[in-house]
Design a protein. Sequence first.
Length: 324
Amino acid sequence: MKAILAATLTAIAALWGVPANAQSSDYPNKPIRIVVPFAPGGGTDLTARIVGDALSKAWGQSVIVDNRPGASSQIGIDFVAKSPPDGYTLLWASSDGISILPAVKPTVPYKIPDGFEFVSTFAAYPLILAVNAKLPIKNMKEFVEYAKAHPGQMNYSSSGAGGGGHLLPAYIAKEIGVEMNHVPYDSGAQTVVAVAGGHADFGTAAPSSTAPYVEGGTVRAIATTGKGRTSLLPSVPTMAEEGYPQFTEDLFYGMFAPAGTPADIVAKLRDGVQAVLKQQATVDRLHTMGLEPLGLTGNDYKQFVVNDLKRWGDIAKAIDFKLR
């Protein structure tokens, strides 16, 4: 039956003098939507807009960033997974919902890696552990001492339950043997706002979300989880430098398309993101945000995510961390 239908469609296309693959070959011929599963203002949103603006200019077609926060990024990610695989609804996500949440919550409604086509990564970034500036904490030693002196009293904010900003502090708490309380929000930007306003004692978020509040004096950056110091906050030591190499973790931002999206459309999207990434102006802008360019595509991207999923799964298992 499928063969008959395909032949019929091809015949109809031929009668009208239109190639059977016209829908792919003239892509894009209408506005593209890039879904960001977080509220505006965080690193995921900011990087999505860099790419969206560049693709819009290059292709002469509107590229709209559609923020769909909620359920620790599950709402936006699942929306894309269930969207038509035609290249007009795409996902711009971070490690949080792609390789961390699925590692600790097997009931997420989408499947990694089977639910998506892996278009391209864009940037890698660390998390910055930042505390409210009024607390007497200036380094990891003082952080641990303060936490142990206030068991069960420290609150930490994150961009959602089950993301890196939740799992990493839970890992820290387990390692130092102190209970802490999690307060979830809908973006990295909101994570830091909560710390700055005293609604949380500390939080972990991307450098781009954290730096303005460090400069404003309302939060104090204690350490970065990156393998090296970040260019945006160069005076902030790494976790390894502070004596905690086990907390070294870099996350990523990247583009995905629903599984089944035609290969030529995926290729055009991949080439589009890669072209943006190769521009020196983009590299410079990423550095001003504390990000490092990361241009994995296709199977390399997919394997990277699978390995990352296993890494976070191992951490969750080691500290008996689960979400229902």
